[in-house]
Each structure stands twice: as C-alpha cells, then as structure tokens.
Design a protein around this ligand. Structure first.
Ligand code: NCD
Ligand code: ZN
Length: 346
C-alpha cells in the first residue's frame, strides 16, 4: 500500500456560512484542515472587526468537542469600510485579510464594491500595514462574456490597481484561467493565487454537455480544458505563488437544483483525497504538501501547522456520503465522476 504523510493542511478560501449550515459543514473542514481563511459573504456580510470577532465566536461555538480548528477571519470590503477599523482588525491578529467582491459578481456580493475609487483610502491603508486583499477577480459588466470575466478583471482592474499601489499584497482567489496562472507570478512575494480542488477536475463540458449539472456550477465558472490543464500545471509546479483555497461553498440542494441555481461546489468532505488523486496523476505527489500546507502560510506570514495527516492508497475506492444533512435540507458532496483510492487515514 502506498502512503503519504503531509503536514496538516490549511484551506485559504472557505465558506462556512452561519447557524445550522455552519454547524453541519464545519466538521467536514475541521476533520482534515487545521486553519482556514473564512469568507465574509454572510447576509448581512462580515464588515467590521466587531462583526468578525462575533462570527469567529459563533464558529468556535459550533466546533464539535475534541476538534481543533483555527478560523482566520476576513472582512468584506464595502464602500463604507473605515480604514481605521481595518487597521485595528489587522492589529488584533484575528483578521488576516480583506475580501473584495465586485458588486454583483457572485453569491451575496450585493454589498460589494461598485467603484474602486471609493475604497482607495482603505486599500492605501492596507498597503501601508501589510494587510492582504483577497480578490474575487471577475468583472460584472453585463457586456463581458462570463467566460472572459476573469481575464478582463486582471487587465482592467487588478493590474491598474497593483500599478497604483505596488505595496499592496493581493491574493487572486480561485483562479480559473491560463491568464490568471500567468499573472499570479508577476508580483513576487506580494502576489499569490489560490486554486480550488474542483477547478483542477472540471472543465465547462462537465457542467453543460449531456445535461446541465447544477452541482458543478460555481463562480468563477469552470472554463475550457486548456485552462484546467494550466491550473493543474500551476498547482503541481511547486511554485510557492500557488496554494490551495477550496472555495467549498455549500448551498442546500433545493437552491442548487433550481431554475436560477446558486453558484458553489461543496468539496470540504473529499478535497484531500481528490487532491492526492490529481497530484498523483500529474506525477507530483511530492508537491502536494507545498500546495496544501506550506505555500499559504508562507504568503500569510504564519507558521506551518504542527500536526500531520496520512493518506493511504487502498484497492477499494473512497465512499463518501452523497450529501450531508443540515437542518435546512441536504447539501450534495462534490462528485468527481471517477473513483478515487486515496483515503485520509488520520
Ligand atoms: C461562493 C458562495 O456560494 O458563497 N460561490 C461560488 O460559486 N464560489 C461565492 C464565491 O466564492 O464566489
Ligand atoms: Zn468563495
């Protein structure tokens, strides 16, 4: 039997939601991951340091006895965000980043930014104090084709912003294109990109060919095969600019399987096994630890975790529940569509 032992990984982009959903999904991440960057797109969003402290408290209260997990909080950038509050949040040590959602780009982004000029004082303060900006990198202009929205964001928003504020530290969240892969290495240690598990597995045919698969619909939407291959090369390259952010984003099935279905793939349950499968396919199992456990902490200036996880390749395929149960209804677990033999042993 083949085994690999990794430093316990972190998830640098995770949606935990709140209330009953939080209680249901948190153990799925805490089982394997030591820490996660917690997305602030609740309704209403997590905007201030006080909001983040309160949300962090609710996460810790929802953590089952005996599990150890550290939520790394983020603030949702709005046009009303106070630079002084962001500075206090940074100094508190509890809040690790500020999240930019262009208004209308994705789930619960209505409170996001319409005009970047209006948040420039916040961004200037962040550049000064070294607080990273996590970006949902898609333009929202209805004229721009949804498959082009990431590349257009890089050219028209991200690159001009980084030229204006070269000291600003930026994480390009959940990149999905070869343009994103290429741009992420341009900024030295002030720029990085997270890559999801599902974008290493899906291209747009998986969503649309032979019937519409709502559980494969997420934002940014999966692109052509050449982009998936570029993401695979990036994730398995060993380059420290790329690291794991699952973007595990639970929605109850009733809202996924809907005339206007929600975006998001729920991958917390099986991400580690899927990554081992992908990295083995790319003959890069030795680089999984960098991607999932080392490159993220290095960018965020945090120590790597002390614990370990062991993965075993067994003859029998992994069997995951089809979905997890929540008080609001079932949430379908991401189905890669192929058997996976890498079991998480510890
Ligand atoms: C996320 C969600 O559901 O909150 N959805 C998604 O498709 N990824 C929001 C996001 O990260 O864009
Ligand atoms: Zn997300």
């Amino acid at each position: 039997m083949q085994t690999i032992t990794l430093t316990r990984p972190d998830d640098w982009h995770l949606h935990l939601r709140d209330g009953a959903m939080l209680r249901a999904v948190l153990p799925e991440s805490a089982r394997h991951f030591a820490r996660a960057i917690i997305m602030p797109n609740l309704v209403p969003p997590v905007v201030t340091l006080a909001d983040a402290v309160a949300y962090r408290g609710r996460i810790m209260d929802a953590l089952p006895e005996g599990m150890v997990f550290e939520p790394l909080m983020t603030l949702y950038l709005t046009e009303g965000t106070d630079p002084a509050d962001v500075a206090r949040a940074h100094a508190s040590g509890l809040v690790k980043a500020v999240k930019l959602y262009p208004a209308g780009a994705t789930t619960n982004s209505q409170s996001g930014v319409r005009d970047l000029a209006r948040v420039m004082p916040v961004l200037e303060k962040m550049a000064e104090i070294g607080m990273p900006l996590c970006t949902h990198g898609e333009v929202t202009d209805p004229q721009v084709d949804i498959f082009d929205r990431e590349a257009v964001f890089i050219d028209t928003v991200l690159d001009p912003l980084r030229r204006r504020l070269p000291a600003l530290r930026v994480v390009m969240e959940h990149i999905t294109t070869e343009e994103g892969v290429a741009y992420a290495v341009e900024g030295g240690d002030r720029l990085a990109a997270t890559i999801t598990t599902h974008h290493l597995i899906l291209n747009r045919n998986h969503i649309l060919a032979g019937g519409i698969r709502p559980h494969y619909y997420c934002l940014p939407v999966a692109k052509r095969e050449k982009h998936r291959l570029a993401l695979r090369r990036a994730a398995t390259s060993g380059n420290p600019r790329y690291f794991l952010g699952t973007d595990s984003a639970p929605h109850v099935d009733a809202l996924k399987e809907h005339a206007c279905g929600c975006a998001g793939c729920f991958t917390a349950t099986n991400t580690l096994s899927l990554l081992a499968h992908v990295f083995e396919q790319e003959a890069a199992l030795d680089r999984l630890e960098g991607f999932a456990a080392q490159n993220g902490p290095a960018f965020y200036g945090l120590p790597v975790n002390g614990g370990k996880v062991r993965l075993e390749k067994r003859p029998d395929p992994c069997v995951w529940p089809k979905g997890i149960v929540t008080e609001n209804g079932p949430v379908t677990v991401f189905d890669p569509g192929f058997p996976v033999y890498w079991h998480v042993a510890t």
